[in-house]
Design a protein around this ligand. Structure first.
Ligand code: ATP
Ligand code: MG
Length: 333
């Protein structure tokens, strides 16, 4: 697959605290991956690991601290003419966890879809605009479209609102959708329907997704590949099925063994282990060392580089690095 999007060595620091010496919070470090055409990559990790920050940086909603982002081979962070920047923004759209929060209660759903169509020059007459709005609503299975367009956000269910958010993201005809926990606030019974819609849009419109989730089962269902983020660093990447069946990194193993709590959070078992990641003045070494059941002396000294396990899988863990002690591929957690 040709790389549609390439993220190379991305980092993000936030300045936090007050007074004369605000501290640096290291939210992301050395994030590199590529997203291919019609590819779905899931990004999983605990709360605070930096998932949303990755999406916001790619969507250019905030400046990066370091690293590069290439879209179709073009460096999009370079100082560039406004046109090119607008072109990129139309190609990369975001949908959020809370569809209600992103819809304005005083406007009809039709209005919400007209805005991006006009902004991105997708309609020239009122009739064209109306047809486009109706077509978008039909695309996301909100019918009869004319009726839905006249409604207000509170008249829709959560699942219907998320469909409107998806329709709005489709308006500029994007090639990438960054979906930040798009189904986690929805009723369990309608989640699969929304994922299936996203899957259909991938097939019909050639859309690629970065799918951010806490829910490993949905990552397995929807994503070709899953990347695991820990304390702002990617620690493992593999085809979803393989990652779930044979997790390599001790953190991934713990994630998979964790029993979800009633809120659907995957952190319950990990929370029981002391050593939650430190993002301000972090100690050297692997951020997972403090909680890792397989920790080695080297883990407290330096973060290992990537070890390619096979053509499609890599891991960042001293257990797999050069000169690592011989361990079975699945270390016992
Ligand atoms: P969640 O699963 O809870 O959504 P996340 O993986 O999306 O978490 P982020 O929201 O990306 O995590 O946050 C990563 C880290 O960066 C956190 O420690 C967070 O507190 C910090 N952070 C995020 N945005 C800001 C900001 N604007 N200012 C300061 N710190 C921030
Ligand atoms: Mg988030």
């Amino acid at each position: 697959r040709p790389a549609l999007l390439e993220v190379r060595g991305l980092s993000k620091y936030f300045h936090v605290g007050q007074g004369f010496k605000p501290k640096q919070l290291r939210a992301l470090q050395d994030i590199s991956f590529t997203l291919g055409e019609r590819e779905v990559i899931a990004l999983v990790g605990e709360s605070g690991s930096g998932k949303s920050t990755i999406a916001r940086l790619i969507a250019r909603l905030m400046p990066v601290s370091g690293g590069k982002i290439f879209f179709q081979g073009r460096d999009i962070l370079d100082a560039e003419p406004r046109e090119a920047s607008r072109d990129y923004r139309s190609h990369v759209q975001m949908i959020f966890q809370d569809p209600f929060g992103s819809l304005n209660p005083v406007h009809t759903l039709g209005y919400h879809l007209e805005r991006p169509l006009l902004l991105h020059g997708k309609a020239r007459t009122d009739a064209e605009l109306r047809d486009r709005v109706h077509a978008l609503l039909s695309t996301v299975d909100l019918n009869p479209a004319a009726e839905v367009a006249a409604k207000y956000p509170h008249q829709l269910s959560g699942g219907q609102r998320q469909r409107v958010a998806i329709a709005r993201a489709l308006a500029p005809e994007p090639s990438i959708i960054l979906a930040d926990e798009p189904i986690s606030m929805l009723d369990v019974s309608i989640r699969v329907g929304v994922l299936n819609l996203m899957e259909r849009l991938k097939e019909e419109r050639g859309i690629s997704y970065l799918y951010i989730t806490h829910d490993l089962a949905s990552a397995r269902y929807f994503a070709d590949r899953t990347m695991v983020l820990y304390a702002g660093q990617l620690v493992e990447s593999a085809p979803s099925e393989e990652l779930m069946q044979r997790p390599a990194h001790p953190y991934t193993q713990l994630l998979l063994s964790a029993v979800p709590d009633p809120t659907g959070s995957i952190t319950s078992e990990l929370k029981a282990r002391p050593g939650a990641p430190v993002l301000i003045d972090p100690p050297p070494g692997c951020p997972f060392a403090a909680r890792c059941p397989n920790v080695l002396p080297a883990c407290r000294e330096r973060m290992p580089g990537r070890t390619q396990l096979d053509a499609t899988r890599w891991v960042r863990c001293h257990l797999f690095g050069e000169g690592a002690p011989a361990v079975p591929e699945k270390a016992e957690a």
